[in-house]
Design a protein around this ligand. Structure first.
Ligand code: 13P
Ligand code: SF4
Length: 329
């Protein structure tokens, strides 16, 4: 469990204090679309995993305050080792990362010596170091289309993203059996009830969703892809099958349209809030900027190992503009 905040911050204007510290520290605040609206609103940049990696690699700030989960902050450190990278809550993990312990992944690789390892960015630095190429949901299509069809591939840790790409590209990548607990929690029965209530509303789904959700989607793509779809679809209502905090950006960009989060089994979408992303709060961001802690530290040999597979992604995805994604079904 995360340690509670022991100091009394109730008299502070947190937004003003964060702004002051951001300037004093020459810090950039990067936030994922799954962060709480108040954090998205003060961030210097809000994006998907690929866009955030690129920002982390390019920034001239001295400090990167990463409002996302640990594997994302680690990616920032791998790409910008000279920067101080802080994460408001070090317990902000990911079920996909947890599903793939490095020693088990190493054995999986060793059991398939003729396969390359194409690995989703939602994994530890140690698993990145054991991989050949990293992908995000934005860059997966571009990267996989550059790998010759006869090349055997193991894909981890998200079996739903890997399975979706297998179906879309007619590949038979060997899949690691990990899942995202957030996307796994959508209910097909409840989604069909919602579709019946809104027969003209398209469904946009993240490829981390199981096939029984993706099969009902009109659009499948990364968070930035889904946001782009929300800005361009015809109609007035969109059903969104990904973590519901992204709806904040949709409501800012297109306030006249109606965005409904796809439901979980209990008929509402609270179970689809990522519990790891939700650990970051304004209070913890303020403390992290003030104390420059919790800080991501990494052994240099591990960092260099992980960097190779990330660099391959950045090179191979260089044609992708961040909203490039798996696209229309
Ligand atoms: P993208 O933002 O790259 O689509 O990834 C979603 C995700 O699971 C972040 O944890
Ligand atoms: Fe991990 Fe899923 Fe949360 Fe993304 S939404 S950080 S994949 S648990």
């Amino acid at each position: 469990m995360t340690a509670p905040i022991r100091e009394n911050l109730s008299g502070l204007d947190l937004r003003a204090e964060i702004d002051r510290l951001r300037k004093e520290r020459n810090a950039v605040i990067l936030a994922h679309y799954y962060q709480k609206p108040e954090i998205q609103d003060l961030a210097d940049f809000v994006g998907d995993s690929l866009e955030l990696s690129r920002k982390a690699a390019d920034t001239d700030a001295d400090v990167i305050a990463f409002c996302g989960v640990k594997f994302m902050a680690e990616t920032a450190k791998i790409l910008s080792p000279e920067k101080i990278v802080i994460l408001p809550d070090m317990d902000a993990g990911c079920s996909l990362e947890d599903s793939c312990p490095p020693e088990q992944f190493k054995r999986f690789r060793e059991a398939h010596p003729d396969h390359i390892a194409l690995t989703y960015i939602n994994c530890s630095a140690a698993v990145k170091a054991l991989s050949d190429i990293i992908v995000t949901s934005s860059s997966a299509e571009t990267i996989i289309s550059q790998i010759p069809p006869e090349q055997k591939i193991i894909f981890g840790p998200d079996r739903h993203l890997g399975g979706y790409m297998n179906r879309k590209f007619g590949r038979d990548m060997l899949l690691w059996p990990g899942v995202c607990i957030v996307h796994e929690a959508f209910s097909e029965t409840e989604l069909l009830k919602l579709k019946a209530q809104h027969p003209n509303a398209p469904v946009a789904a993240h490829p981390e969703c199981p096939p029984y959700i993706v099969d009902h989607a009109d659009y499948v793509g990364s968070t930035s892809g889904i946001l782009q779809f929300a800005k361009t679809f015809e109609g007035d209502t969109l059903i969104v099958a990904t973590e519901p905090h992204i709806i904040h950006q949709m409501e800012l960009a297109i306030p006249e349209k109606n965005f409904i989060g796809a439901p979980g089994a209990d008929g509402n979408c609270n179970c689809n809030i990522c519990p790891y992303m939700a650990l970051n709060t304004m209070e913890k961001l303020y403390i992290a900027l003030r104390d420059l802690s919790p800080r991501i530290e990494m052994d240099e040999e591990l960092r260099l190992g992980a960097r190779k597979s990330l660099d391959r992604m950045l090179e191979m995805a260089s044609g992708t503009i961040g909203k490039g994604d798996l696209g229309q079904r």
